[in-house]
Design a protein around this ligand. Structure first.
Ligand code: 0RQ
Length: 514
């Protein structure tokens, strides 16, 4: 096969994954590529996990800090978490082993807004980045890099790290070349300039990543596929959520609050978000645009059908069959997809200017519209906030979706008070469950509580929620608390504590807890 490393000097740096991994030292901060299972290094993290394992076997300490774009895959997060090789992980993960280690207290995790990560590193907030490990599709003659299926924080890692290790993955289709738009105009304050973007599809940068060849200490050649991100066929609850949302969007168009082609769409991770995209593909809107961070199967289908004219993202996270269809038609998609660094795909300035419709999943919402996206029962991390906060706070419309119950109906996803807050009442406009949609715009807290219970709560939990609200208000009227956001402080989190004790929230509030 012809070499994908056109730079003669860099060709001298080719070595095995094992030899490359040996450059990474105990205590290093390592910036790895990868965003929602796309474009992450595959051979080096596996080799590194073996090195770490061997050190631990010999009684020697070896743990590193791992910074990425977002979630990766078993070869990276899974392998390093399994050997206890990470002392710090940021900014987002979704790997089961990694999650278990964090929740067991064996490794630290910092859950950061995805748009913040690059600038935190430029500002020096996270300390020195020692090594960058970046997967790319190829290296040009002058040392610039052809990005792979995600951009994430790669520009920043390449710029900020002392040493660079590249994985050149021949499995990535070279038709990706030209799909990326790497913007090099971001400065540190006080020298920042407006980001020159007024449409979701604007190209404001260049198709390649800059890389100082003198920093490259190793190159590993691979031929390995990205994670196969499978989506479940939409279930009844997802279909109902999508229906409520479609009806709402049509009404907003009828009221003149949205143009007929809507505004650029952001769609979160997971099955529900994917199901909503599938519904949008069935009509009635045309000429849609995407301005999102992850392009999943659902949005690609909209590009294919012509329902969506273009989409901007930072990563391609497809199931294997959809990836195959994408590659078979890559020239078509190159005209319609722009892949950007995550500091731009998730930039508050751009999101506010374009007027994004943000649609994200959640774990629970409370009566007043606060949303928990990250913690089960307030203490156990699920994935992380990801980009949901970047979008929710700055969106034209911010929508949060969940089935009304979880775990076979034993948990209400509408609770008196959320057990952890990611998105405050100020950043949440629309809450949707399969029961219905609550439009919270222009409502005071007490109005919101009634609307959320009426529209979104499951019938099994409605009476107890209403009872909680009424008793909270009575308590406030009696002068024991405030009427602005009434709560019974002793009871506000009792649904969660009851779940922890009994495995169910059903009958919460009916009997005092022992
Ligand atoms: O657990 O898999 O063990 O059954 O949470 O729940 O209903 O499958 O929903 O796949 O849409 O994920 C918030 C996690 C929802 C996701 C979250 C349990 C439930 C199940 C998953 P099991 P579902 P989804 C851009 C945007 C934050 C990041 C983000 C997420 C599991 O949307 O990570 O938005 N969001 N990024 O059983 C206990 C509850 C529960 C509950 C659900 N109330 N209590 N468990 N579950 N509700 C993309 C990026 O940023 C990269």
């Amino acid at each position: 096969r012809p070499s994908r490393i056109a730079h003669a000097g860099l060709r001298q740096k080719i070595m095995s994954a094992d030899a490359a991994a040996a450059f990474i030292e105990n205590g290093d901060h390592v910036g790895m590529s990868g965003f929602t299972g796309a474009g992450y290094p595959k051979a080096i993290p596996l080799a590194l996990a073996q090195h770490i394992h061997a050190h631990h076997d010999a009684g020697k300490p070896f743990r590193i800090g791992v910074w990425t774009g977002a979630s990766t895959a078993p070869e990276l997060d899974g392998a390093l978490a399994t050997v206890g090789g990470m002392d710090m992980r940021l900014p987002y993960q979704s790997d089961p082993t990694c999650r278990a280690r964090i929740n067991d207290g064996e490794m630290a995790y910092i859950d950061i807004h995805l748009s913040h990560v690059a600038q935190y590193v430029w500002f020096g907030f996270l300390g020195k980045l020692n090594v960058a490990v970046i997967e790319v599709a190829g290296v040009l003659e002058d040392g610039r890099l052809i990005p792979a299926t995600s951009v994430g924080n790669n520009k920043t890692w390449l710029d900020q790290a002392d040493k660079v290790i590249l994985e050149v993955n021949y499995g990535h289709n070279l038709g990706l070349e030209g799909m990326h738009d790497i913007y090099y105009g971001t400065e540190r304050p006080p020298h920042r300039k407006p980001i020159p973007m007024t449409h979701a599809g604007d190209r404001i940068g260049e198709p390649y990543l800059h890389c100082d060849p003198s920093k490259v200490i190793a190159i590993v050649e691979t031929h390995l596929p990205d994670r196969d991100t499978r989506f479940a066929a939409p279930d009844e609850a997802s279909k109902r959520i999508a229906e409520h949302l479609m009806a709402f969007l049509q009404e907003e168009v009828a009221l003149g609050r949205l143009p007929p082609e809507l505004l650029p769409l952001q769609s979160g991770v997971g099955n529900i978000a994917n199901a909503v995209m599938e519904s949008l593909n069935e009509g009635p809107f045309n000429n849609l645009q995407g301005y999102t961070e992850v392009l999943q199967d659902g949005m690609l289908a909209m590009l294919e059908s012509g329902r969506m004219s273009m989409a901007s993202a930072t990563a391609l996270s497809f199931s294997a069959p959809v990836m195959e269809a994408f590659l078979a038609n890559i020239d078509f998609y190159r005209e319609r997809i722009v892949l950007r660094p995550q500091e731009i795909s998730n930039h508050p300035e751009v999101i506010r200017r374009l007027g994004i419709i943000a649609m994200n999943g959640m774990i629970e919402a409370d009566l007043y519209g606060n949303v928990n996206s990250t913690h089960v029962m307030g203490t156990r991390i699920m994935n992380g906030i990801g980009g949901s906060g970047d979008f929710a706070r700055n969106a034209y419309l911010s929508v949060f979706m969940t089935p009304s119950t979880a775990k076979g109906g034993s948990i209400s996803c509408i609770v008196p008070m959320v057990s952890h807050v990611d998105h405050t009442e100020h950043d949440v406009q629309i809450v949707v469950t399969e029961q219905g949609l609550a439009d919270l715009r222009g409502l005071s807290p007490r109005q919101r509580s009634r609307r959320i219970i009426e529209r979104c709560a499951h019938p099994d939990f409605k009476p107890a929620l209403l009872d909680y609200v009424e008793r909270s208000e009575a308590n406030a009227r009696a002068g024991h608390a405030g009427m602005h956001t009434p709560h019974l402080l002793d009871e506000a989190l009792s649904w969660h504590s009851q779940f922890e004790k009994t495995g169910s929230m059903l009958k919460a509030g009916e009997a005092p807890l022992s």
